[in-house]
Design a binder for this molecule. Structure first.
Ligand code: PHE
Length: 453
């Protein structure tokens, strides 16, 4: 069975593939943006608590479900609780894979253009001009659509190679390069003149904000997205793992790599930002990455090279994530519907591309999709809210209930202990049963209230 549906070749290959899924735009763009909005170091502290107490247990649970069943997310629930409606949790994840990929691929496409713009000096040091440049760029319909197609094409081509020859090989190539670029950029950023202000902002927490429920809410949502949880990506990758692997240990590696990359991205962006006159860490959305940083690259010595390196790194991070987003629905069509990989990849890529069009056109090219009548936001933002802010937490909530109370902790531990006794098993059981569902339930409610209020 394992041979037909594919499996990872080595433990190292799996860890890099799963870390590649986790490390993405969410780390390098999303994390620093949220730190800026959430008031700096206090957010970082709350984020770390969320990652280790709530998200790490969920990652372990997803991997256990995946490896125990050796199935896609829908098939996994059907194997563990046949004849019930639990498979719907997996189905939500399969849909979320397509939904998230549809707008994620648009933003990933922007990074390709910015590699070129950084290399050719198209972006200047003038702040108004950089903003206008970005606005015109994202409003260019053929360019946005073409770049989105390119991202989806590379993703599909990788998946056609299968789990070991495609996914594992691609992530084994891209992830080490990404980590090297990241390290070099961090060294460059903290040695910039004026970097101290950024470091202070980033590293000295204002403890009054630590107990702010909104900070907690944003931090948990960000941690969820960043670790690729709640949509069965880790169920799917776990299903390609051999019984000898210690799941909890592998999960911790993935969590640590993902968190280290997010923290390092902050270490690059805040010192760099604060070294620019008039920098506002609160500037949200695409501004930070596509408007603020290009100004810095245009003015600093050796900035062309640094700028190119930065956007190459962002592209690599994005591609290793788009791969996992497409693999979830692909594995579903292969396992639960008996499709051939090739057919599944072609059909899903076509569907995703169609759904991506309104997101690609919704940044100025089409007035309708840029600000949906009656919704008050663009199509891309709407997709992000539906899939990131709701589908993922709902999926994670259901998964923690399922593993903690339906499949049950002792059964899960049987699976978790196959590769050697799991350290901290009792703590994990407590967290997955009580802490995870309660905390996630809270963020779902608060997110809903926030949207309505
Ligand atoms: N974790 C990825 C990032 O941080 C996004 C992602 C979410 C990928 C869910 C797969 C599944 O960019």
């Amino acid at each position: 069975m394992a041979g037909a549906r594919g499996s990872f070749g080595t433990r190292f290959g799996f860890i890099l593939a799963a870390a590649g899924s986790a490390v993405g735009l969410g780390n390098i763009w999303g994390f620093p943006t949220k730190v800026g909005q959430g008031g700096g170091a206090a957010f970082v502290l709350v984020y770390l608590v969320c990652v280790f107490l709530i998200c790490a247990p969920i990652m372990i649970a997803e991997l256990a479900v995946g490896r125990r069943t050796g199935k896609d997310p829908v098939g996994a629930f059907n194997v563990l609780r046949p004849g019930t409606s639990w498979w719907l949790t997996g189905a939500l994840g399969v849909l979320a894979g397509v939904g998230i990929l549809s707008f994620y691929s648009v933003i990933a496409g922007w990074t390709i253009a910015y590699i070129y713009y950084a290399a050719t000096g198209a972006v200047t040091g003038d702040s108004a001009a950089t903003g206008d440049f970005f606005g015109q760029f994202v409003g260019n319909a053929p360019l946005s659509v073409g770049l989105t197609a390119l991202v989806l094409g590379v993703t599909a081509a990788t998946l056609l190679g299968g789990v070991k020859g495609g996914i594992e090989r691609m992530t084994k190539t891209l992830m080490p390069m990404l980590l090297i670029i990241l390290g070099l950029l961090a060294i460059r950023a903290v040695t910039l003149p004026g970097a101290e202000a950024g470091l202070a902002y980033y590293l000295n927490p204002d403890f009054s904000k630590v107990f702010d429920i909104r900070v907690f809410n944003t931090a948990l949502g960000q941690a969820f997205f960043s670790l690729s949880l709640g949509m069965g990506a880790m169920i799917t990758y776990g299903s390609y793992l051999s019984k000898g692997e210690n799941l909890a240990k592998s999960a911790m590696w993935v969590v640590v790599i993902d968190t280290a990359v997010a923290l390092t991205a902050g270490l690059i962006i805040f010192p760099a930002g604060f070294s620019l006159a008039g920098f506002d860490p609160n500037s949200s959305g695409p501004g930070l990455i596509f408007v603020v940083l290009p100004q810095l690259f245009a003015t600093m010595p050796g900035g062309t090279l640094v700028g190119v390196a930065f956007f190459v790194m962002l592209l690599f991070a994005a591609i290793t994530s788009t791969i996992s987003l497409l693999e979830v629905p692909t594995s579903h069509l292969i396992d639960s519907r008996g499709w051939e990989r090739k057919k599944a990849v072609y059909v899903l890529t076509a569907i995703t591309f169609t759904l991506a069009l309104p997101s690609a056109l919704g940044n100025g090219a089409s007035a309708f999709f840029s600000s949906l009548p009656g919704v008050g936001m663009g199509f891309l933002d709407l997709m992000a809210i539906i899939w990131n802010d709701f589908a993922l937490p709902v999926g994670g909530f259901l998964l923690s209930i399922f593993v903690g109370h339906v499949w049950r902790v002792d059964k899960a531990l049987e699976e978790l202990n196959t590769g050697g006794a799991m350290p901290g098993a009792a703590l994990w059981g407590f967290l997955i049963r009580w802490v995870c569902p309660a905390a996630i339930f809270m963020i779902i409610v608060f997110t809903a209230l926030d949207l309505l209020g």
